[in-house]
Design a protein around this ligand. Structure first.
Ligand SMILES: [Fe+2]
Length: 242
């Protein structure tokens, strides 16, 4: 006689957040961005494994020169900073007591092709605090698990009651932002009908403790301003790096 399953309910206690941010004001630059990328590709800027795994650019997209030459890069950087500020304002735990300062962001391109060898390794972006992917172009695939942004659970894989891998479906014209400590990898896309193009980026944060040894001297006015801004959810991005 088959065993009848008991009726029971399950409640998830903890989870790791990731965030999606739509960016139509950036998506409308897609054609220009792809044309610029194709030019860089033709000029040999995307050498295989030249800057990390696969076809990546240098992580200097948000340099003053880069943003002057390609103003859409400034749009991406500013939106990423604004989103990170909003996420950081809603922080938990001990960090709730400390104002923060986004002191640097960096960005680079990743182009994924349908070539057979494309199979990016697991990695994280520590010591950044938040990392993001802006999806400039998402191809069509034959299989549902192609091109996913795969994540590993951050706890050691000794917990048999939870799944230790999870995938996010990237959407063209949107950011996915996640804690930089998360191990992740883009799944291969062997049936892609065109490039899968990501602008990847990292956000670096200082947490200021008022009574601790400062990492740099901060005057009272700058301190008050940083305090005010880091607790204000309606904040617009500042000029400069954070
Ligand atoms: Fe990554």
């Amino acid at each position: 006689m088959p065993i009848k399953p008991l009726q029971m309910t399950q409640q998830e206690l903890f989870s790791t957040p990731i965030w999606r941010v739509a960016a139509p004001e950036i998506a409308r630059h897609k054609k220009t961005m792809l044309a610029d990328l194709e030019q860089k590709w033709a000029a040999g800027d995307f050498e295989k494994h030249g800057h990390g795994y696969g076809y990546q650019s240098k992580n200097e997209l948000f340099s003053p020169q880069g943003m002057t030459d390609q103003p859409y890069l400034k749009l991406i950087r500013d939106k990423f900073i604004a989103a990170c500020r909003q996420i950081l304002v809603a922080r938990h735990g001990i960090a709730k007591q400390m104002p923060f300062d986004i002191y640097a962001v960096q960005g680079w391109y990743l182009i994924q092709t349908a070539e057979e060898w494309v199979d990016g390794p697991w990695h994280n972006h520590h010591p950044a605090t938040l990392s993001g992917c802006y999806y400039l172009q998402i191809p069509r695939y034959k299989e549902a698990n192609e091109g996913l942004l795969m994540f590993q659970r951050s706890q050691p894989p000794t917990d048999i009651f939870v799944n230790h891998q999870s995938g996010v479906v990237p959407a063209e014209g949107q950011f996915v932002i996640f804690p930089s400590y998360l191990m992740h990898r883009p799944a291969p896309c062997p049936s892609a009908d065109k490039w899968r193009v990501t602008v990847a980026m990292d956000c670096f944060v200082h947490w200021h403790k008022r009574y601790s040894e400062p990492v740099r001297q901060v005057g009272p006015e700058e301190w008050d301003e940083a305090l005010k801004q880091s607790f204000n959810p309606g904040l617009a991005p500042k000029d400069g790096l954070g």
